[in-house]
Design a protein around this ligand. Structure first.
Ligand SMILES: [Zn+2]
Ligand SMILES: [Zn+2]
Length: 308
């Protein structure tokens, strides 16, 4: 009732809000027709995983009609579902039951994530959730929506868990239960950006645990694990191990941006930020992502994808 009233007010005030805060693209500042989206140029800059792509990791696969030689690298693992699996996933089958990535990590998605996470533009969550939900396959039955946890120190620094915000939006959109504290991170880990896969996995050993008070809910459940940026998969692997240990039956991953290969996460050009002058923006305090969304500091940015 209260929510409905609030919605009615928001709608009634919309023209006034548009006059005071004209709709602008949150990434580049271009004027928009209405709030809540991106400008055409920024939309076009987002890289949405297309077909064909690996059903497990969303790695784009070569078009078979264009490259017959690629056939050898592919295997039709599940003919019934027509699911394609890439060579790396064939060689080392992932522990999850599939990833749905809203975007492939590039300049635009990186800028969006940084504005959301370090620039505290929490309003971007709605847009990110919409894009994430659009990429999810039909999920029959009940799926517990569980965010990748932050260590409490990181949570205290940032003030919010970006994955938990996304998980909340996804749970609402899907009408599925949210288990925001299903996992926790009892041990802080150093920045993983510069490390190889094996080193990341070793550092994350035991760093994520299932919440003992939530084990009964996790046991036998299907879990949709939510992450903002998925890099090597070391963090999500640690989450999956903890969920499996607690008895989860299946784990799928929903992420906003998928780094297909670490070399992708090289320094991109800085995009102008329309709210760069805002004094409240304080985005440069983190060790894993020292990027400041506001300034054009191309030279000093941490170039790796933030995996935290
Ligand atoms: Zn834009
Ligand atoms: Zn794959």
């Amino acid at each position: 009732m209260l929510k409905l009233g609030a919605m009615r007010w928001t709608r009634a005030l919309a023209p006034l809000i548009d006059v005071v805060f004209p709709p602008r693209c949150p990434l580049c500042g271009a004027p928009l027709a209405q709030h809540g989206g991106l400008c055409v140029a920024c939309w076009q800059g987002l890289s949405i995983p297309g077909d064909p792509c690996c059903s497990r990791c969303q790695r784009p696969l070569p078009d078979r009609s264009a490259d017959q030689g690629a056939e050898a690298a592919l295997a039709r693992a599940d003919a019934a579902q027509g699911a394609w699996i890439c060579a790396p996933c064939m060689a080392e089958p992932p522990r999850h039951h599939g990833i749905a990535a809203a975007t492939l990590y590039n300049d635009v998605s990186r800028h969006l994530v940084l504005a959301f996470k370090h620039g505290r533009r929490l309003g971007l969550a709605d847009l990110m959730v919409r894009l994430m939900v659009a990429r999810l396959p039909a999920l029959p039955g009940e799926w517990l929506v569980v965010p990748v946890p932050l260590h409490r120190w990181r949570l205290w620094q940032r003030g919010f868990n970006q994955s938990a915000l996304l998980a909340g939006g996804i749970a609402r959109a899907l009408g599925q239960p949210l288990l925001v504290d299903g996992l926790h991170r009892p041990r802080a880990t150093p920045p993983l950006g510069h490390l190889g896969r094996t080193q990341r996995a070793a550092l994350l050993q035991g760093a994520v645990r299932a919440n003992a008070a939530r084990r009964a809910q996790i046991k036998g459940a299907q879990v949709l694990l939510v992450d903002d940026v998925m890099t090597s998969g070391a963090t999500t692997d640690a989450c999956i191990a903890a969920l499996r240990k607690a008895g989860a039956r299946a784990v799928r991953i929903a992420c906003f941006a998928r780094v297909i290969d670490d070399t992708q996460a090289i320094a991109p050009r800085a995009m102008p930020d329309p709210q760069a002058a805002e004094p409240t923006q304080n985005a440069g305090t983190e060790t894993t992502g020292t990027q400041n969304t506001g300034t054009q500091n191309t030279g000093t940015e941490n170039t790796m994808a933030p995996e935290a």
